[in-house]
Design a protein around this ligand. Structure first.
Ligand code: UDX
Ligand code: UDX
Length: 438
């Protein structure tokens, strides 16, 4: 089958590469000429495990192609996936201008039936707006349809998720659109045995926002419980374990920490709240999720402040710049809150991340980026853990203690255990667990 993907970012590129891998012929279009040049030179613009291998193999066998031309993309295939960004707008609402532009451009260039599939996260009833725009810009009475097929890809595990989805959600309102999308996904359904859900378009659009808001709510819930743990002497690891074994709750997304970040949760939660108000319902439940998330990072800052007393002139080793492990994505990463905050308090920063430093450098070119955790911690008055990279687990704690000026570790991801830190003589404060004073 021929498929066009418009937008070749974290979602579009993974989607395009996996569709090519299962046998489709895919044209990935992006208006960023630099990105398309890189991809045509087989340079992968983002870090995502397993992606390079898929792109190289399918580019070389001719099933995956890249272009800057939406005209070419519109001509190439009957099914066109929209995977351009939907970043937060001025007031926090989802910015739909890129999606709208794709609608206009496809309408301008199409000469026979096209199915536009919303892959990007959009607010419920976007399909109606998109259809309205397309009708206005179409030169003649050419048939088209809109469908919704939200992505549920976790960065860092996106290839795995694309081939082994928990379910595939498709919003369609005609047999023709349903048949086309079944054909797109048939190889993944038969390979993974996953559930394939067809529903109306508004339900599919809403499912995505409801999922991300629910997952964010789970994280804020456990973070709120972690605060009660700190006040009562309970331990969040034990409480979360006890909760997670209840099959109705489940163990995932119960990891307390510095709060959620990334390109999806913060903006999707915000857009969900705003959308619900526009439709006449006040989602205060989810507003509280946002408040807890912001408060959690401020709480970690207060822990650091408390241990250091004065932050000014102190050297802080910041461990982790990506919003989570396995990606170089720094969108809404906790580090983007802590770094300016600590700089404004005259701290001296040393930073480490295994893959995200280049992205961070674009905003902060003149900071001290280190090659290893030990190098980063050398001479530091305190270490601040913001991303749970697996590399941290393998650290030689005796060596870490020796290189630091003062053995203070403030752990926003609970990567160490208090008992282990006590044994090694650290002053250690984490989330929802006893503080180690030594
Ligand atoms: C995606 C979804 O689009 C977003 O809705 C979802 O919530 C998160 O994942 P992502 O792939 O992470 O976004 O975004 P990004 O990596 O920024 O990729 C978007 C791509 O679209 C960029 O390469 C950008 O150049 C391209 N683009 C943007 C276009 O090709 N045309 C445009 O008009 C705008
Ligand atoms: C999310 C969705 O999970 C995915 O289905 C898709 O909709 C895109 O958005 P992603 O943003 O890549 O994926 O990462 P995810 O693994 O969901 O983590 C999001 C944030 O929550 C990260 O900052 C992570 O550190 C945090 N998190 C996650 C926790 O703090 N605790 C947890 O238990 C899980």
């Amino acid at each position: 089958m021929k498929i066009t993907i418009v937008g070749t970012g974290y979602v579009g590129l993974v989607t395009g590469a996996t569709f090519a891998e299962i046998g489709h012929h895919v044209l990935c279009v992006d208006n960023n000429a630099d990105k398309i040049r890189q991809l045509n030179d087989l340079e992968i613009p983002i870090y995502e495990d397993g992606l390079e291998e898929l792109v190289v193999r399918n580019f070389n066998n001719g099933r995956l192609k890249f272009s800057t031309s939406i005209k070419e993309g519109t001509k190439f295939a009957e099914v066109i996936f929209i995977a351009v960004g939907t970043p937060p707008g001025y007031r926090g609402e989802a910015n739909m201008s890129y999606v709208e532009k794709v609608g206009r451009e496809v309408a301008n260039n199409m000469s026979s039936y096209r199915l536009l599939v919303e892959k990007s996260t959009v607010i419920v009833r976007t399909s109606e707006q998109l259809a309205g725009t397309m009708s206005k810009y179409l030169k003649s009475d050419i048939p088209f349809e809109i469908a919704s097929n939200p992505e549920f890809l976790r960065e860092g595990a996106a290839i795995h998720d694309a081939f082994n989805p928990d379910r595939i959600v498709v919003g369609v309102e005609s047999e023709k659109a349903a048949k086309l999308l079944r054909e797109v996904y048939e190889p993944i359904i038969s390979r993974s045995g996953c559930e394939y859900l067809e529903m109306n378009i508004a339900s599919a659009e809403l499912t995505k926002h409801a999922c991300n808001s629910f997952l964010a709510m789970k994280i804020s819930f456990i973070n709120a419980v972690s605060r009660i743990c700190e006040l009562t002497g309970a331990n969040i690891d034990q409480v979360a374990h006890g909760m997670g074994l209840d099959k109705r709750i489940g163990p995932s997304f119960l990891k307390a920490g510095v709060g959620y970040g990334g390109s999806c949760f913060p903006k999707d939660v915000d857009a969900f709240v705003r959308m619900s108000i526009e439709h006449g319902y006040n989602l205060d439940l989810i507003k509280e999720v946002q408040r807890i998330n912001i408060d959690q990072r401020e709480h970690l800052m207060r822990k650091l402040q408390k241990e250091l007393w004065v932050v000014e002139e102190k050297t802080i080793a910041v461990i982790g710049l990506a919003f989570k492990p396995g990606t170089d994505d720094i969108r809404e990463a906790p580090a983007l809150y802590f770094v300016p905050e600590l700089l404004s308090r005259q701290a001296i920063l040393r930073l480490w991340d295994p893959v995200a430093t280049n992205n961070f450098r674009r905003t902060y070119p003149n900071l001290n980026y280190c090659d290893s955790i030990i190098d980063c911690a050398t001479g530091a008055d305190a270490m601040l853990v913001l991303t749970d990279w697996p590399e941290i687990q393998g650290l030689d704690l005796a060596q870490l203690k020796t290189v630091m000026k003062c053995p203070i570790v403030i752990d926003g991801r609970n990567v160490f255990s208090p008992a282990q830190m006590k044994r090694h003589g650290f002053i250690y404060d984490s989330i929802g667990r006893p503080t180690v004073k030594n």
